[in-house]
Design a protein around this ligand. Structure first.
Ligand code: SF4
Length: 367
């Protein structure tokens, strides 16, 4: 894997900066402000995306802020320029989902992913602007999805990963009815400056227990565990070198004003005296394909690619991780050419160690 691919596999779009919640660990800098994406931004992105989608599978992920806070009418206007081959996904806090939104998702073929951190007592940091728990409103949104027979994914932030929690979480999500689950260990990122340094054994134990819970009833696609098992299988088969893509997926995030940040959506909306606003261009003045072709020349991106090479030459987990995320390096280390972060320890190294711990504890040696 070297350099950045010219064509991404998906694009992240920010229909509004606004979020109707105010979660304690949120990284978004402008979530109290309603700046909506003008339709010409969506038209410019669709001009690049439609041919890519015609040539192969391609997704647009609507991410905020809270994307539903843009309203159905405006979201429909933003969706209109995209061709029928484009797959649409929305990452939502679910609190605004009702029957009308479910009809909208069905009409536009939008796949929904809900942010919820587990049972009520695990959602204490998902709160409204007035500081009130959002849990009942999240569940009402999930109930609407289920009433309409709409499949959905779930994304859970885990602030304190430790043994004992993983089974509780997995059982909760089995009951909730999601078919895909992603687990994000809380990150020090954006305006969330809380430390994410955690006890190594506790985090490894959390992941090991999660593997066990999943193996007992693997009805849910458990994102992190399935990645890890695929990697472990490839190592055993001697094909691990083929797993990483030949080039990094640029994952362009198109902010509401049309500016494009590659590799890490979490950098959008921030500025730095050394790196400026992190953007590689704006789709209102430059075609997206042209922006991506030149993304490697964005100063911070070059520094990040140096960091990826440092990971490659120093880290035994590189074949699994591929060099981590730009935003974690920036927000934890203050620059892009470092290597280990608390994020990669929690979410890559200890994840893989947890899978191995589970295997050591539960698999008998071959006869
Ligand atoms: S685990 Fe950390 S140090 Fe290793 S390759 Fe990934 S980001 Fe780099």
């Amino acid at each position: 894997m070297r350099g950045i691919a010219a064509v991404p596999s998906y694009v992240v779009m920010q229909p509004t900066t606004l979020c109707n919640l105010d979660c304690v660990y949120c990284y978004l800098p402008m979530r109290a402000v309603d700046r909506r994406m003008p339709v010409p931004v969506a038209e410019a992105v669709a001009a690049a995306v439609n041919p890519w989608a015609a040539a192969g599978r391609f997704s647009v992920v609507w991410h905020g802020g809270e994307p539903l806070a843009a309203g159905r009418e405006h979201l429909a206007a933003l969706l209109a320029p995209f061709g029928p081959e484009v797959e649409h996904h929305v990452q939502t806090n679910a609190t605004l989902i009702d029957d009308a939104w479910c009809a909208f998702f069905a009409e536009h073929g939008i796949r929904v992913s809900v942010s919820v951190d587990g049972p009520r007592e695990r959602n204490g940091e998902r709160v409204t602007r007035g500081g009130r728990p959002a849990y009942d409103r999240i569940l009402a949104g999930v109930a609407a999805l289920r009433r309409h027979g709409l499949p959905f994914s779930a994304l859970a932030v885990v602030s304190r990963p430790e043994p004992g929690l993983a089974t509780e979480l997995y059982d909760y999500f089995l009951d909730l009815g999601c078919d895909v689950l992603g687990i994000n260990i809380e990150e020090t990122e954006g305006v969330n400056t809380r430390t994410n340094a955690r006890d190594a054994a506790a985090v490894t134990g959390f992941w090991a227990e999660l593997v066990g819970a999943w193996r007992r009833d693997p009805r849910i696609h458990l994102r992190e565990v399935e990645w890890s098992l695929r990697y472990a299988g490839a190592v055993l088969a001697g094909t691990a070198d083929d797993l990483l893509p030949r080039r990094l997926d640029p994952i362009p995030t198109v902010a509401q004003d049309g500016s494009v940040v590659v590799l890490s959506p979490e950098l959008a909306g921030f500025t730095d005296p050394r790196y400026g606003d992190f953007s590689s261009g704006n789709v209102l003045s430059t075609p997206l394909a042209e922006i991506l072709a030149g993304a490697g020349r964005t100063p911070w991106v070059g520094e990040f690619l140096t960091g990826v090479e440092a990971c490659r030459s120093s880290c035994p987990y590189f074949g699994f991780c591929g060099g981590g995320h730009a935003a974690n390096r920036y927000f934890e280390l203050g620059r892009f050419d470092g290597t280990e972060t608390e994020h990669c320890r929690n979410s890559k190294i200890r994840l893989l160690e947890g899978v191995l711990e589970h295997a050591r504890d539960h698999e008998s040696p071959a006869a």
